[in-house]
Design a protein around this ligand. Structure first.
Ligand SMILES: C[S@@+](CC[C@H](N)C(=O)[O-])C[C@H]1O[C@@H](n2cnc3c(N)ncnc32)[C@H](O)[C@@H]1O
Length: 258
């Protein structure tokens, strides 16, 4: 169970104990519950747990508590990928780290058998100074270890000739190599400048009906990121659905007259 927020350890422990108490009560009555990733959902169907291919793939690739906490976010991502197959275009992920999300997605969709490409972009060295604020770097960089991740991620996708692992800084790298038409755009760089920079370059290439998923849209501890993405989408007349997971979801619709 992953709960974060209060900076005082005693307060965090107390919040965790309350959450655990709620979970124990629902477990006693064998009622489904999801208590993790700062989210408490009670008596929900949790249908994704019964999607065997999804759940088995998730369990195979989740390496630690932080990954396991992201079950619902992965469900959203896999839903988005599956839905995006009904429109033209390739898949793009900006912010890959060790390739956890993308590993689950491509296996869930059996992506090697699909005539599309997936482009995975990361510095594989953390948030670059030129494309992030000091606050964003402080909120993210200490929690990750990028040593050797590029080579690991390349190996991870060796069985997927249509998945391209690209080392470079977003948005600059996108000018050198990125697809002309996009069905799914996933942004997970925890940095406002980088994510809006990616949108500046790629959003026009997202197909009508294509999906933009922003992993940290609703994060209260990254207000700059929320404000930048919210306003960027508002300016284009695209309302963002804020999900309880913290993800933000946009289904792009071409503007129709009237
Ligand atoms: C939260 S992690 C991504 C997690 C990933 N989606 C997963 O499946 O676990 C954020 C990643 O974004 C990358 N990143 C941040 N800013 C970037 C930028 N401007 N260009 C490229 N990569 C960037 C970092 O190196 C880091 O690996």
């Amino acid at each position: 169970m992953t709960i974060y927020g209060p900076s005082r350890e005693e307060d965090l422990l107390e919040a965790w104990q309350h959450a655990k108490g709620i979970q124990d009560i629902y477990n006693k009555y064998e009622m489904p519950n999801f208590v993790s990733d700062n989210m408490i959902a009670l008596n929900r169907s949790l249908s994704f747990v019964h999607d065997r291919k999804f759940f088995q793939t998730f369990q195979e690739f989740a390496a630690d508590d932080a990954d396991f906490a992201k079950l619902w976010r992965l469900h959203t991502y896999c839903w988005a990928g599956r839905s995006a197959l009904s429109v033209d275009g390739d898949f793009v992920e900006c912010g890959v780290y060790k390739g956890f999300y993308s590993s689950v997605l491509v296996r869930y969709l059996s992506f090697a058998d699909i005539p599309r490409q997936m482009y995975l972009y990361d510095t594989f060295e953390g948030l670059p100074e030129a494309q992030s604020s000091a606050q964003e770097r402080l909120a993210t960089n200490p929690y990750y270890d990028w040593e050797g991740t590029h080579d690991e991620v390349v190996k991870r996708f060796a069985d997927f000739p249509n998945v391209h692992v690209i080392k470079g800084t977003v948005p600059e790298i996108l000018e050198q190599r990125s697809p002309a038409r996009i069905a799914l755009l996933h942004l997970d760089m925890n940095a406002a400048m980088a994510e809006t920079g990616a949108l500046d370059l790629l959003f026009d290439r997202v197909s009508d009906g294509g999906i933009v998923l922003m992993d940290d849209f609703g994060r209260y501890d990254l207000p700059g990121l929320f404000g930048a993405l919210y306003n960027w989408m508002l300016d284009r007349g695209c309302p963002v659905l804020e999900l309880p997971t913290g993800q933000g979801l946009v289904i792009k619709r071409a503007r129709r007259p009237g």
